[in-house]
Design a protein around this ligand. Structure first.
Ligand code: VTB
Length: 345
């Protein structure tokens, strides 16, 4: 995939993060999301590419922008033939979450980001909007831990692989009633739990970076976010597994359809033959090339949040490429007005 896209997607997530950060702490999660969507779409449509949204804001009627199936990029526009050669262009699939953690932004809490993943056509699982049981762990524990094992067993494995006591491990779990038993089990096993209200993409990816003091993500979050996390984890070599959860009785929160049976029928319609399949990072992000980009909206474990100053802002992003085998932290100063009058910081 073109290196240029790698550079341009940094701006896509930066623009979304800046737009959303203006709504930080305002208590309006829908607006924080809408402005991020709009900014992301506007910048994306300036990229010389033929892109298709495979994970987005929802189906067309409920999401006017960045809906699943929407085509994005200069080369999908009506007059594209004037400046794009269709034969030369690779078609790419894009998974977006312009404001991952809308509540976090609305209430000024840590851990929100603008995020997307890109691969060639068919390279990302078009995950339906159901839930996903997830297990993320550091690269040393990859393929040793297993989502089918108990939390106790997996903690013992991570402890052996990392050569540290279970007591020295920190597990991130979303603070939800459905995780009551899981939380008890982790504590019983001796590890420490970090409960988060939202934003499990950041938690998953943090497992792949030493120094974050996050050694595992366990529990059930949303499926689309699982695919985005897998894209990053695949390129980073970290462990990630996901299993779709479609039974409302298990999830306890969230609206995921009328009943387990309805959800199963919907998954089948979407081409998912085995709804209980355990996917690993390579299944969820199977493309030859996978690119991931995120920009902090509020401060997080991996990135700082957007900081505004008169006529400018500073952002921090993370761009991961499976092709160049790089994870780049990009620190950017954005100049909004006449640069001569700006005191850069
Ligand atoms: C999950 C999680 C996301 O929202 O989707 C969560 O994966 C919603 O979970 O990171 P509930 O429906 O149980 O409340 C996030 O935290 C933010 O989008």
């Amino acid at each position: 995939m073109d290196n240029v896209i790698g550079l341009e997607i940094i701006e896509v997530v930066e623009q979304a993060a800046i737009a959303s950060a203006r709504w930080m702490g305002k208590g309006e999660k829908n607006t924080a999301d809408e402005v991020a969507v709009e900014a992301m779409r506007e910048r994306m449509n300036k990229i010389h590419m033929r892109g298709r949204i495979v994970i987005g804001e929802g189906e067309r009627d409920e999401a006017p922008m960045l809906y699943i199936g929407e085509e994005v990029g200069i080369c999908t526009q009506a007059d594209a033939k004037n400046f794009c050669n269709p034969e030369e262009l690779v078609e790419i699939d894009i998974a977006v979450d312009p404001c991952e953690g809308t509540n976090l932004v609305a209430y000024g809490q840590n851990g929100s980001m603008a995020v997307l993943a890109i691969s060639e056509k068919g390279g990302l699982l078009a995950a339906p909007d159901v839930y996903m049981k997830k297990l993320a762990a550091p690269a040393v524990a990859k393929n040793h831990v297993d989502i089918n094992k108990s939390a106790t067993e997996n903690l013992k494995i991570i402890s052996d692989c990392m050569e540290r006591a279970v007591e020295e491990l920190v597990v991130v779990v979303m603070d939800r009633p459905r995780h009551k038993d899981l939380i008890n089990e982790i504590r019983q096993a001796g590890a420490r739990v970090r409960l988060i209200s939202d934003g499990d993409v950041s938690a998953a990816i943090s497992c792949a970076f030493a120094g974050t003091n996050i050694h595992a993500l366990m529990g059930i979050g949303a499926a689309p976010e699982g695919v985005i996390s897998a894209a990053a984890m695949r390129a980073l070599g970290g462990h990630f597994q996901g299993q779709l959860i479609y039974d409302p009785a298990v999830v306890k929160t969230g609206l995921i359809g009328e009943s387990k049976e309805d959800n199963m029928a919907r998954l089948k319609e979407m081409g998912i033959e085995d709804p209980d399949k355990v996917y690993n990072a390579e299944d969820l992000a199977s493309g030859e090339t996978v690119l991931f980009a995120a920009c902090g909206i509020t401060p997080g474990t991996l990135m700082q949040g957007v900081r505004f100053f008169p006529h400018g802002a500073r952002t921090q992003s993370l761009v991961i490429s499976s092709q160049s085998k790089t994870a780049r932290f990009v620190d950017t100063v954005h100049m909004f007005g006449d640069s001569k009058t700006i005191q850069l910081r």
